[in-house]
Unconditional design. Structure first.
Length: 188
């Protein structure tokens, strides 16, 4: 016995695709998605962040600011030596670093202070990637207000530079860049 027939599967896929398209229309395309401190964090191009658990759907919130930081230090040789004697060297298999990696996300409704320990290259990289994507989205959103007041080739030039920055940061594809570039050139 099949759990789902083809029609049910096609219907669910169509509903899922429609929901994704509605999210893109409302919140923009997803530019970064990482797991940090047990949360799945997705940054969207219109200045929204969606945070949820691994098995829990998050809600969209307007991103106000995002900051990644780390408090990293080395464990002392004396302390590691004493611990090695007590654990018969098992502690030497672990990291020589101590500290924490922090990611602070401020939205229009809440402040999230996330922490991972011990610091690893992976969690530091994930926090910095989310910070870079969030700040790029915030810069682009801040530039939107200036776009409306600027006119002529100076405004187009500013938007073109922002577009180049998004491409350099990897937040848009080359095809998206070319499409937006062509539409900007039509405004001249």
């Amino acid at each position: 016995m099949k759990w789902f027939n083809q029609e049910d599967r096609a219907k669910r896929q169509a509903e899922s695709a429609a929901r994704r398209q509605q999210e893109i229309a409302n919140f923009g395309r997803q530019v970064a998605r990482e797991t940090f401190a047990g949360k799945v964090i997705a940054i969207h191009e219109r200045g929204f962040v969606k945070m949820g658990g691994v098995f829990q759907e998050g809600k969209f919130e307007r991103l106000v600011s995002i900051e990644a930081s780390a408090d990293v230090g080395k464990k002392s040789g004396l302390g590691r030596g004493v611990a090695a004697a007590m654990t018969m060297g098992v502690n030497l298999l672990g990291s020589n670093k101590r500290g924490d990696v922090y990611l602070t996300i401020v939205t229009d409704s809440q402040t999230y202070a996330l922490r991972e320990t011990p610091p690893t290259a992976g969690n530091m990289e994930r926090s910095k990637k989310l910070e870079a994507a969030g700040n790029a989205v915030l810069r682009a959103r801040a530039g939107t207000g200036n776009r409306e007041s600027s006119s002529g080739s100076a405004g187009v030039r500013e938007r073109m530079n922002e577009l180049k920055g998004l491409l350099a940061d990897g937040l848009i594809t080359k095809d998206e860049f070319e499409q937006k570039r062509k539409s900007l050139l039509k405004e001249l």
